[in-house]
Design a protein around this ligand. Sequence first.
Ligand code: GLC
Length: 420
Amino acid sequence: MRAKSILVSLLATTLICSGAFAADLSIASGDTGNGREFLRKQLDRFEKETGNKVKIVAMPANSSDQFGQYRLWLAAGNTDIDVYRTDVIWAPQLADQFLDLTEAMKDVVDQHFPSMIQSQTVDGKLVAMPMYTDAPAFYYRKDLLEKYKKPVPKTWDEMAATAKEIQEGERKAGNRAMYGYVFQGNAYEGLTCNALEWIKSSGGGQIIESDGTISINNPEAVTAVDRAKGWIDTIAPKGVLAYTEEESRGVWQTGNAVFMRNWPYAYALGNGPDSAIKGKFDVTTLPSSKEGQSSAATLGGWNLAISKYTKSPEEAIKLVRFLSAPEQQKERAIEIANLPTLKALYDDKDIAAAQPVITNWKPVFETSVPRPSAPTKVKYNEVSSMFWSAVHDTLSGNGTAADNLELLEAKLTELQGGSW
Ligand code: GLC
């Protein structure tokens, strides 16, 4: 009996001295597609390597819903969640609730694109480590463009005309469910991304410029939102007003859309064994308002932050290091087409062979448009929600773009209250 307890305490001391603490960790994660199963697979490996256990706390895929829940948990000092997967735009708003990772990650930060580390740094504090970056693609059906002898559209109007022609042709040929274009039109963060692209690619600025100037109320922005209004219930289903990424992908992947705006994750799934459009599509950059006007891609991406209420900061750091490391990012790129945040992986032959979209997408995310989260700091969520509401109202026929953007400008000015 005595010998046994000595043995147990000896064992415990050895474990503590070797730093081999085993913790029960939780990671809050909202995933699209098969992202959750993929994450589980990597976590299983982490568990084996470190002796820790990690539970996934499943969050809604909708970024705005996730943000609301995180904010409640963090405000309440929730100790059940150790690691949060965070959207690229959240750093300034949640910075106070997360641990500073500067020291713990100082040997690895240089491997990442500097802009990505910078986007997660608030007043010198590294709030989160990049897990993957995101920049949208314009998905098109190669087979249908060929059948109707149409080029890949370069402007929004060309896109709408081709979408209409093919939609009508395919419906006549028997596919009643065919639509021309699907995108993210629900009233949430995804609509902010889509509408920012329509506006920026029409020369209408980026809602709030990097110096904090509110620029949204301008004729180009009005034209861009009106143009999108014209797509609803014509080339896009009326239901697009409730679509997030996954609903758009659902229509697209069952073969019922000519074009789609979505993030690169849909590329891997579209070529999956159970996809109706496997091998029938390709991607390019989104259209713009006219020849010569550059197109725009909103910068997205996800990161890993550690709650300051965690009871296991050291093990949580190990988990964040693991999930943001080259091996895991490479696997993530190859299997689910998430864009790495590590520079070296863009020269990786295995990634280029498995997911050519990734290598091709480097110039796209390098020139992508940030949402105005840096200039608006802790007010970003409100800014975005006012913006997507004004756009959603217009798309739903609730006021004109001119009226809604003018009203939005007034609301933003009030929210700004002198300075952001
Ligand atoms: C993607 C992007 C993210 C964005 C979201 C909007 O998940 O990575 O940054 O906020 O889509 O729906």
